[in-house]
Write a protein that binds this ligand. Structure first.
Ligand code: AMP
Length: 110
């Protein structure tokens, strides 16, 4: 499968990892929008939030337990979690990912 984030998981493309376990990988966004900008991705390929079902949602719950741990490690207490879903919503990589943004005052959602 020609998926950028699957290649990062496989180690074929380097990334600046901040957390990894058997289910999730977290790495710094290559074009950060905030001082802390980390992407959390499931190691199993899901194209996006539309593909989350009762059968595979456990990994999403797991990611939401990892995010606060990583945020604390990186020294942010206030932060935003974003998932763009679909091209017109800003999704540019078709592998489910959660943006963690923090380290500055964040403006209104647009
Ligand atoms: P989205 O636009 O919501 O699909 O988010 C995809 C994110 O992946 C963007 O913020 C990109 O800057 C980021 N990105 C693309 N390629 C890489 C890469 N090789 N390493 C880290 N982040 C990347």
């Amino acid at each position: 499968m020609d998926c950028l984030f699957c290649k990062i998981i496989a180690g074929e493309i380097p990334s600046d990892k901040v957390y990894e376990d058997e289910q999730v990988l977290a790495f710094r966004d290559i074009a950060p929008k905030a001082p802390v900008h980390v992407l959390f991705i499931p190691k199993t390929h899901l194209a996006g939030a539309r593909d989350v079902t009762a059968d595979n949602a456990a990994v999403v719950a797991h990611i939401f337990t990892v995010i606060p741990q990583v945020a604390a490690q990186l020294g942010v207490t206030d932060y935003r979690i974003i998932t763009n879903n679909g091209a017109s919503a800003g999704q540019s990589v078709d592998h489910l990912h959660f943006h963690l943004l923090g380290g500055r005052t964040l403006g209104e959602m647009g």
